[in-house]
Design a protein around this ligand. Structure first.
Ligand SMILES: Nc1nc2c(ncn2[C@@H]2O[C@H](COP(=O)(O)OP(=O)(O)OP(=O)(O)O)[C@@H](O)[C@H]2O)c(=O)[nH]1
Ligand SMILES: [Mg+2]
Length: 198
């Protein structure tokens, strides 16, 4: 099968409050939402998939993306919104910011019923947190279009990757075909993921 690419990717807007994000979402464009812990590699993955390193802001400092950032692109000539959510689980935010962030995330992911493809990013080197597991469980029940992407797979030796995948899949009660492994550094996993998104 021919692998298509994201084309004409560009920044659309940055939204800080859930209501505006939900209104924005009411248009009929399909959405692919990227979410996961702070620093897991969400912005990097958007850039990797769109072949554009300047699209989403990547940072070594966790908690960098604090708003919902909307990008637009096309896949097989179909317009798609790519949505970069703020990372959760970042301990160094002030308490009020943390609360707003988790509300924003939950409202956006769980209460917004529109068609979406949800991509949950998990750092392959870290144990799953309670928040990872809880969020995954909720979303799995509400959406058929839910997959996980294990990021930074270059940090794990090749011989351990398959077993680690089995472990994540089992812990989150998913199917093998809902789990992908990605390395931006070694440029691994892009075609498999694009294939699934199509
Ligand atoms: N080795 C390696 N590093 C990666 C990979 N993907 C991302 N990184 C690094 O991880 C750090 C965080 O990446 P971001 O894409 O900014 O992460 P994020 O999830 O958008 O972070 P927040 O916006 O803070 O929530 C950066 O230093 C990236 O270069 C990968 O596949 N391999
Ligand atoms: Mg980011």
């Amino acid at each position: 099968m021919e692998i298509h690419k994201f084309e004409k990717a560009q920044f659309k807007s940055s939204i800080i409050n859930t209501q505006s994000a939900m209104n924005f979402s009411k248009n009929e464009v399909h959405e692919i939402v990227f979410f996961g812990r702070s620093n897991v590699g969400k912005s990097s993955l958007i850039n990797f998939l769109t072949n554009n390193n300047n699209l989403a802001r990547v940072s070594k400092t966790p908690g960098r993306t604090r708003a919902i950032n909307f990008f637009e692109a096309s896949l097989k000539k179909i317009p798609i919104a790519l949505i970069d959510l703020p990372g959760y689980g970042y301990a160094n935010l002030p308490h009020s910011d943390k609360y707003n962030l988790s509300l924003l995330l939950r409202n956006y992911l769980v209460d917004n019923k529109k068609f979406k493809f949800l991509i949950h990013l998990l750092d392959c080197r870290r144990d799953l947190s309670n928040e990872d597991i809880e969020l995954s469980g909720k979303i799995r029940l509400m959406s058929h279009n839910y997959i996980i992407v294990m990021t930074k797979i270059d940090k794990i030796s090749i011989s351990k990757r398959e077993n680690l995948k089995k472990k994540f899949v089992k812990m989150l009660d998913l199917q093998q075909n809902q789990c992908f492994q990605i390395s931006i550094k070694e440029k691994i996993g892009k075609n498999n993921l694009l294939d699934a998104l199509q």
